[in-house]
Design a protein around this ligand. Structure first.
Ligand code: SIN
Length: 552
């Protein structure tokens, strides 16, 4: 089955929906989402969206806080553009119907999070992402040239280099033509042809055993882009959120940093505070420092968690400001009005990703990327809290402007599109060994948690490298022998993404921001550079020539 649209958007968080809405002014749009349309990391964003909104704040201050958190790796031009262009796009969100919390119906209430020198986080209580998705999906539904494909998953991109052996993958002549997409409900593969493709499929938190991310965050976009020859930057910088609820059934439920912004205090089991020993900003220090401090204190004491204490606030205030967090904690037996709640760090944000310029353009022509899947240079070695929704919003707007110019200025050669073959299932059969998938999935996530976590060492990274390589080989066999399903695709993607994280971490011989290694504990100025991985091997995409010796 072939579907042809001007724009293909992969992902339905703030980055994908912003792009789709704006792109629909210039042509037809298909949005592909792995789950329900609203299911994305955006949906779970609690804290909010950082932006300069008051006279006592400035773009310079916001940029400086971002650059300070990024520990020398931010691209300063990108930071300044994103900080400066944020407020006007936020006003567009408000015009679209997003209801951010106001103080007594008037000025917007602005929160503070770690590393910010001003109160500048717009939010809809602690359900900011839900509110943004609600308003954006309503707007999407009112457009008749946008078609949505929920429960459809990216397999691989179709590029010119995959059709024409004279074009090297990822070279300046390479160009995206669309993608093969799995209909998750029927297991059919559809071919989507598009003049412009935007990748906005989110991050890879599920690579780790404990994560605040939704189940969809399996690094699909990063892995597919890498297989197509895209440059992937700074994958060693995985942000661990310091405070996720510690409870076996809570699936690392996020306790927003805005709880600390409202005065929440981190304590040990004995009630003692400790953050003042690590940073002058105490509990509101940047995330890398807070997560490492908690990890250190837990290892020192042998305790399973630390505690977050917000009991100084009146009960009604807690229930009003944090309705979602309050109710969820209560469900697990913790009343945050009365007692400190148990918290632990968990993988939260993939700071690295598909390398893009300040218009979201990747090194493959007509393939753009925005949001958590990309590395634009905004976050550097450590993302400042609540800068991610902002990045998705601004970068997608810039990407649409660039893509619209491309559409206008270029005549697209229809013949190339018509040469794109349909998916070839080859001789693959249904798998009767699903246990391989669940076992390997679990093994990867444990390896990453134990050896590639908050504190790393060469020995641990090498151990992870060897084990993940074995798993990659095994998964490759499995992938080509059996009919693909969502589970096999996700497994293949988390394995490759884990490999990229390990390889990037091994490359960086220093500690900086979110990458801390015992072997190189100091920051080294000769490492003020990105770790970039690119693989230009020509690959098979569908299962043609099954069992040929050169699967990869
Ligand atoms: C939070 O609410 O703590 C998460 C905000 C973010 O990750 O930017």
């Amino acid at each position: 089955m072939m579907i042809e649209e001007d724009f293909l958007v992969i992902g339905s968080g703030i980055a994908g929906l912003t792009f789709a809405l704006k792109a629909s002014q210039f042509g037809s749009v298909a949005i592909v989402s792995k789950d329900d349309l609203s299911e994305s990391a955006t949906l779970y964003a609690q804290g909010g969206i950082a932006s300069v909104m008051t006279d006592d704040d400035s773009f310079e201050l916001h940029a400086n806080d971002t650059i300070e958190a990024g520990r020398g790796l931010c691209r300063e031009d990108v930071v300044r553009i994103i900080c400066r262009e944020g407020p006007s796009h936020i006003r567009e969100l408000i015009d679209l119907g997003v209801k951010f919390t106001r103080i007594q119906g008037e000025n917007y209430h602005l929160s503070r999070e770690g590393g910010h020198s001003r109160d500048r986080i717009l939010h809809a209580n602690d359900l900011t992402g839900q509110e943004i998705e609600r308003a954006m999906i309503e707007a999407i539904n009112s457009k008749n040239n946008i078609t949505v494909f929920p429960h459809h998953m990216l397999i691989d991109f179709m590029t010119i280099s995959r059709l024409d052996s004279k074009v090297e993958p990822g070279s300046p002549k390479d160009e995206a033509l669309g993608a093969y997409i799995l209909d998750v409900k029927t297991n059919q593969v559809k071919t989507f042809l598009s003049k412009i493709t935007l990748l906005a499929s989110g991050g890879a938190g599920k690579v780790y055993l404990y994560t605040s991310n939704p189940d969809t965050a399996t690094g699909d976009g990063i892995a597919a882009a890498y297989r197509a020859g895209s440059k992937i930057a700074n994958m060693e910088f995985i942000q661990f959120h310091p405070t996720c609820l510690y409870h076996p059934q809570a699936k690392s439920f996020l306790i927003s940093e805005t709880v600390r912004g409202e005065g929440g205090i981190l304590r040990l089991k004995n009630g003692h505070t400790f953050m003042e020993n690590y940073h002058p900003l105490g509990c509101l220090a940047p995330r890398d420092i807070v997560a490492r401090a908690i990890d250190h204190e837990m290892k020192k004491s042998g305790d399973d968690c630390v505690y977050l204490d917000i009991t100084h606030l009146e009960g009604y205030r807690i229930r009003e400001r944090f309705p979602n967090i309050y109710q969820t904690c209560l469900k697990f037996g913790f009343d945050m009005v009365k007692n400190p709640i148990p918290v632990v760090p968990a993988a939260h944000y993939t700071c690295g990703g598909v390398l893009v310029d300040l218009n979201g353009q990747t090194n493959i022509r007509h393939l753009f990327a925005s949001g958590e899947v990309c590395y634009s240079g905004l976050h550097g070695a450590n993302r400042l809290a609540s800068n991610s929704l902002l990045e998705g919003l601004v970068l997608s707007n810039r990407a649409v402007s660039k893509a619209a110019l491309l559409l206008k200025s270029k005549s697209f050669n229809k013949t190339i599109f018509h040469n794109v073959p349909s998916w070839d299932y080859g001789n693959s059969v249904d798998s009767d060994e699903s246990v391989v998938v669940s076992h390997n999935w679990d093994e990867i996530r444990r390896i990453m948690w134990n050896y590639v976590g908050i504190v790393r060492s060469d020995k641990r990274l090498r151990r992870a490298e060897r084990r993940i390589q074995l798993l990659l080989d095994e998964i490759k066999e499995y992938y080509w022998d059996f009919k693909i399903t969502k589970n096999t695709l996700e497994l293949r993607n988390i394995a490759l993404t884990a490999h990229l994280i390990v390889m990037s971490a091994l490359k960086r011989k220093e500690s900086r921001g979110l990458h801390f290694t015992l072997d190189y504990p100091k920051t080294d100025i000769s490492w003020i550079k990105d770790t970039v991985l690119q693989d230009t091997t020509r690959r098979l995409v569908s299962q043609t020539s099954l069992r040929a010796t050169s699967h990869e």
